[in-house]
Write a protein that binds this ligand. Structure first.
Ligand SMILES: NC(=O)c1ccc[n+]([C@@H]2O[C@H](COP(=O)([O-])OP(=O)(O)OC[C@H]3O[C@@H](n4cnc5c(N)ncnc54)[C@H](O)[C@@H]3O)[C@@H](O)[C@H]2O)c1
Length: 435
């Protein structure tokens, strides 16, 4: 039976490599669509959890994988030698940055080599990891074709960017429209037909390169607009104008404006990272990505701005930061999730400590801080109480989790540095400083 027929009657086995924030919901989407799904990951603890029907991604809910484990149509394995058993192999492995902001393609290339080892006629390979344009064609295709098999004839290859937004309530994997672009027409078409079973709206574009570039455009658009609003925050705050009210006001325009919000710096696995994939690739074709660089510079300066605002605020209270006790609220990079990748809170805490402050944190989603990149804070989340809040010289709101009782915080904290407008609506303002 041809791959196309197997896709049509859902007898194709779908393999997902990398069962993290992107891969796990995707595996579930194909499972719910009726396919047999194989999940591959090098992290044995994830494989064990999935076999037991245990979900390790808190924001997806406790029972997220329970039905998969029981169905007899899902198998999790760390054995990459079994990749040949899947008719479709979807790669959702990390694409981080190296120490000099260069793309770290080691995960993608390692999994591509794993796929190549067992590649057989009638398989389709789809890359979902965010990356620079031409990765699928220039980096993956030659490795796969080394097998002697020909793309578009023996096997198929496509790119389909992931638009997952963990913690989002109004959209999920199945309802976020999905782009698909093939290395050739047949590859694109088969990928399109496969995703159509699992995702409500699938958009087939003319090539893998268009799909790769569209993903970068989306994230660069965000990074730049966040930088713009951060820059306006700094200027307007100096003029005693509330940036948050300004954004709300501008938002009333029904066209031509999209609201972005300021913050203490960029976080997460996407926005602080993906734009620099293009910056790196652009050099190869003799171009500079000035917008991206400028946005990066502004966004990376935000933690320093928060430190500055905290120092001024403490000073007004007759305090020096070096002799102050500071509590940071929220170390996840955004509200109501436990993802702390690239979270600016880590940098804030480190900067406060470097200046001599005694620093604690609270985060209902993160009981202790693991080592992330160069940060190894070794802190445990402190329980909040009126006495505890009152014992700090300043409370810095870095993440506006909805679990927080902001009235309690406002009532008992001596000084609040609010980077998220979390204290909006709290009447007493003399102890609140926006940053
Ligand atoms: N997290 C998001 O919100 C998001 C959104 C859109 C796009 N993306 C992109 O999706 C990709 C994956 O991101 P993520 O957030 O799911 O990462 P993640 O770290 O949550 O998951 C990646 C998984 O891949 C596994 N892995 C690593 N190396 C492997 C290998 N050689 N073989 C098999 N498994 C391996 C890891 O153990 C991990 O479970 C990245 O390119 C990212 O930029 C992420």
């Amino acid at each position: 039976m041809s791959l196309r027929q197997k896709v049509a009657d859902k007898s194709a086995v779908v393999g997902v490599v990398g069962l993290g924030y992107v891969g796990l919901p995707l595996a579930r989407a194909f499972h719910q669509a009726g396919f047999k799904v194989m999940g591959f990951d090098v992290d044995e603890s994830k494989i064990v959890a999935l076999k037991e029907g245990r979900n390790y991604l808190k924001h997806l809910g406790k029972d997220f994988v329970a039905d998969m484990a029981k169905s007899g149509r899902f198998e999790a394995t760390a054995n990459m030698g079994r990749l040949g058993e899947a008719d479709a192999v979807i790669l959702a492995v990390p694409t981080p940055l190296g120490p000099h902001l260069e793309p770290d393609m080691s995960y993608v290339m390692r999994t591509t080599q794993d796929v190549a080892k067992t590649l057989r006629p009638g398989q389709i390979v789809v890359l979902e990891s965010t990356t620079y344009p031409r990765t699928t064609r220039d980096d993956m295709l030659p490795v796969l074709e080394k097998s002697g098999l020909k793309c578009g004839k023996d096997f198929f290859l496509a790119f389909s960017p992931e638009r997952e937004d963990p913690g989002r309530k109004d959209f999920d994997t199945q309802t976020i429209p999905k782009l698909v672009g093939g290395i050739d027409q047949e590859s694109g078409q088969i990928a399109y037909e496969m995703y159509k079973h699992a995702i409500k709206s699938v958009v087939l574009v003319s090539s893998a390169e268009v799909a790769e570039s569209a993903k970068l455009l989306e994230n660069i658009f965000r990074a730049i607009n966040i930088a713009l609003v951060n820059e306006m925050k700094v200027v307007l705050t100096a003029m005693d104008i509330d940036i948050w009210e300004v954004v709300e006001a501008a938002k009333t325009k029904p066209f031509g404006f999209m609201a972005f919000y300021p913050g203490p710096g960029l976080g997460g696995h996407c926005i602080p990272i993906d734009p620099f994939y293009l910056t790196w690739k652009a050099r190869e074709v003799g171009h500079a990505t000035k917008f991206i660089e400028l946005a990066g510079e502004i966004n990376r300066g935000m933690p320093e701005y928060v430190v500055h605002r905290l120092m001024l605020a403490l000073n007004k209270h007759g305090k020096a930061i070096g002799t102050s006790k500071v509590l940071v609220l929220g170390v996840a990079y955004k509200p109501d999730i436990d993802d702390l990748r690239e979270s600016p809170s880590f940098e804030l805490i480190e900067k406060f400590k470097d200046l001599g402050a005694e620093v604690d944190y609270n985060d209902p989603h993160i009981p202790e801080t693991p080592k992330v990149r160069r940060h190894d804070l070794k802190l445990r989340s402190k329980d909040l109480s009126p006495e505890m809040l009152a014992s700090y010289d300043a409370v810095v709101i870095a993440t506006n989790h909805s679990d927080y009782d902001y009235a309690l915080i406002g009532k008992h904290a001596k000084l609040i540095v609010d980077t998220r407008n979390a204290m909006k609506g709290f009447e007493r303002r003399d102890h609140i400083v926006m940053a």
